[in-house]
Design a protein around this ligand. Sequence first.
Ligand code: B16
Ligand code: MG
Length: 212
Amino acid sequence: MKYKAIIFDLDGVICFTDKYHYLAWKEMADEIGVYFDEVINNRLRGVSRMESLDIILERSEKEYSAKEKEEMAFKKNELYKKLLMQMTPADLSDEVKNSLDKLRAMGLKLAIGSSSKNTKLILSRIGLEGFFDEISDGTNITKSKPDPEVFVKAAQMLKLDPEDCLVIEDAEAGIDAAVAGGFDSAGLGEASKHGKVTYPLKSFADILNVVE
Ligand code: B16
Ligand code: MG
């Protein structure tokens, strides 16, 4: 087999928390009267919470202090966590669950490489608590995607070299991060159109064709 491990992005790959991010940011943006839509939301994929806020505030005429920004990000996260409570194991698709089980049966190590500080909460909501061999997420990094840190740390946790790991991403910033870290990548959605993606995927289960 070409790879020893797969490192999965979370939001947009394993599950679809992107709609909850959107709703929470939209509520916050409406409150301060800043225009925000789904197109701007696409630029937030894979990007950390504070950097996401900076992107949203590009449309604001007012300058906000660091403290005000902390408060806004905190408020958004509280709204987001409330929305996450609506998630149940039914939000994990059969396609994703069956594919993960097949990859594990093939002997591959499975890890998470996500910018989110809510990774463990999300995994527990969808019934994947304790499933992954390693979790590298927003709580153990200082630089978010497109910096490769989150994937480099995942490879270190797995005790593997980047060339032994395949990164699965839905965000352009995530493919940039994989490339910068020396990882092959597989892209879903907008990431499948990235010029440097190793394998464009049509669906999650397509990963099985890549690693076999
Ligand atoms: P949090 P991923 C990313 O998750 C999201 O795509 C991005 O929109 C979000 O801002 C980021 O996590 C941080 O999330 O606010 O929960 O720490 O795609 O890297 O799994
Ligand atoms: Mg993502």
